[in-house]
Design a binder for this molecule. Structure first.
Ligand SMILES: [Zn+2]
Length: 135
């Protein structure tokens, strides 16, 4: 099983981003290397919707450029659900196109889960470690 590493401060930031966006979904990019998160970039959900999120293409390009300028990569995409922390059918479609780690936070169940579209074509849950401990 793959593992992504975050700090407790990263988790607090992500939960804050999710709560600020309520009742809508929020989104953020996690920058870093080799499954180790170094920085969180809050992104704007232009859908302003409680069931979907979209990022403006210009903001997307800007985020990738910023990551590159810092010598980092976008290693995970975060978004929140006012339902369960499980990928929707739309999420699964986008996970196939963008096979980085997808982290979903449920604002109703206060649960954080990570998923990846694996090489074998299946969606798999991955471990989230916070300060070295399993979430
Ligand atoms: Zn979703």
């Amino acid at each position: 099983m793959k593992t992504i590493f975050l700090t407790a401060a990263h988790i607090r930031r992500l939960i804050g981003i999710a709560k600020d966006a309520l009742p809508n979904e929020s989104c953020a990019f996690l920058l870093g290397h080799n499954y180790k998160v170094a920085e969180i970039l809050s992104m704007r959900n232009i859908d302003q919707s409680p069931i979907t999120f979209s990022i403006e293409p210009a903001e997307l390009i800007q985020a990738y450029k910023l990551a590159e300028s810092k010598g980092m990569e976008v290693i995970a995409i975060f978004h929140s659900h006012p339902t369960k922390a499980w990928p929707s059918s739309t999420d699964i479609k986008f996970m196939e196109i963008n096979p980085v780690v997808w982290i979903i936070y449920s604002t109703t169940e206060s649960q954080l889960k990570g998923f990846i579209h694996d090489d074998d074509g299946l969606i798999k849950e991955i471990d989230i470690k916070i300060n070295g401990f399993t979430a």
